[in-house]
Design a protein around this ligand. Structure first.
Ligand SMILES: Nc1ncnc2c1ncn2[C@@H]1O[C@H](COP(=O)(O)OP(=O)(O)OP(=O)(O)O)[C@@H](O)[C@H]1O
Length: 385
């Protein structure tokens, strides 16, 4: 029983380490340098640069709404004068995060369902005799269904299709060259749910007249949410008229990096712009185009259509964000890991002193301010050979 009592009493005692001072300049300097390095790392890197005292949130909830404005007038031999508004050249027109702006096109008006010659540009549509045009077979990568006749006048199969088939060539100069001056209004709302913090890229002090007249630039109008198309393309390092002729793809990256320990007015978006398709001149892979039709009915109730092959610029708006706010838990973890690093240094210096320094126990005895009992303990632990 007495034994248990002594054990419980000993639990209430505090056990501490005994320190010895080694009067060794080299190991002393090494240890201080290590301490300085660890302190520099903790204060400079962990606390100041990485803000290790903050709880962070990387995933944001976000919404993007876009609106384009601007008009362009085109004059083509097939369709005459045409005034293009945003409702015509933006696809889809409902303000999506990813949208396409028509800058050039091939127009094939008044197509009706009927029988006509396949285009000579389609290899599978060419023929020398009727045997090359198997009836009912669709023309691979072509415009219609073969009727079984080879037309000598064109050297191509007769097809059942929307006639006449597309025959125009892509204009070298973009027809909607004025698209350079179109403007995009980007509304972006973000929310960091962990911190219950929300913000928009359209600052609260902006009014209608400022939005109607401002244009983003990285010096004077850093937070204006209106972007001129020509500027956007030039910031990617490309020429607008070149890209407008063949088409391309541009990425707009909105980056939110918010320190929520500061005022919310300090949490603002940063924009960057990049070309997403690889710009290989004279290559089949460069450019961006697709086709669509606009359908009409004549007074007799018969359908006809205008086919458009459109070239243009596709815009992808990408949002990235992270926020941080002071929290005691990451602060304690950061300090704790610093203290642990300091402990590793002390251990390493002990090992260097005992095993790697060119000295024997006598000289250690000279360096260490230790008494006979401590010397005996070192002996017992076998630190000397
Ligand atoms: N692409 C753009 N270029 C320049 N200003 C724009 C553009 N899109 C919107 N704006 C202007 O920004 C302000 C806010 O636009 P919002 O769409 O919220 O309002 P709106 O009254 O419906 O705009 P509007 O009727 O002029 O299209 C308006 O003054 C609008 O004219």
């Amino acid at each position: 029983m007495a034994g248990w009592g002594a054990f419980f009493v000993s639990l209430l005692n505090y056990k501490t380490e005994k320190y010895v001072i080694a009067e060794n300049r080299r190991i002393g300097i090494l240890f201080r340098l290590y301490q300085l390095a660890v302190l520099g790392y903790i204060i400079g890197w962990v606390f100041v640069i990485k803000k290790g005292y903050q709880e962070r949130e990387e995933a944001i909830q976000t919404s993007v709404i876009t609106k384009l404005k601007g008009v362009a007038l085109t004059n083509s031999s097939e369709a005459g004068l045409h005034l293009w508004g945003a409702e015509d050249y933006v696809i889809p027109p409902n303000g999506e995060q990813v949208f396409f702006v028509i800058t050039n096109y091939i127009e094939t008006p008044n197509q009706r369902l009927g029988f006509c010659a396949e285009s000579f540009r389609v290899p599978n549509g060419r023929c020398q005799s009727d045997d090359d045009c198997v009836e009912g077979e669709p023309v691979t990568a072509g415009n219609g269904i073969k009727t079984g006749l080879c037309l000598n006048s064109t050297g191509t199969c007769e097809i059942h299709a929307w006639c006449p088939v597309e025959y125009g060539k892509r204009p070298r100069e973009p027809l909607l060259s004025e698209a350079e001056n179109f403007t995009i209004y980007i509304k972006n709302f973000i929310r960091f749910p962990k911190f219950e913090f929300s913000k928009s890229n359209v600052l609260e002090n902006y009014n209608d007249s400022y939005l109607k007249t401002c244009s983003y630039d990285s010096e004077d109008h850093l937070y204006c949410p209106i972007f001129r198309l020509g500027d956007l393309v030039s910031w990617t390092g490309n020429d607008f008229q070149d890209m407008a002729a063949k088409g391309g793809s541009v990425g707009i990256l909105i980056e939110w990096n918010c320190d929520l320990d500061k005022d919310s007015s300090q949490c603002n978006p940063q924009y960057s712009f990049t070309r997403l398709d690889i710009n290989l001149n004279n290559s089949v892979t460069s450019g961006y185009n697709f086709r669509f039709g606009r359908y009409y009915k004549d007074p007799n109730g018969e359908s006809f259509r205008t086919l458009y092959k459109v070239y243009g610029i596709r815009f992808d708006i990408m949002i990235n964000g992270q926020a941080g706010r002071f929290n005691i838990v990451p602060t304690i973890i950061a300090i704790g890991s610093g203290v642990a690093l300091l402990g590793i240094g002390a251990f390493a210096c002990d090992m260097i002193l005992l095993y790697m320094m060119n000295t024997n126990f006598k000289s250690i005895g000279k360096y260490l301010q230790i008494n006979a009992l401590e010397m005996h303990i070192i002996n017992c632990l076998g630190f000397m050979s």
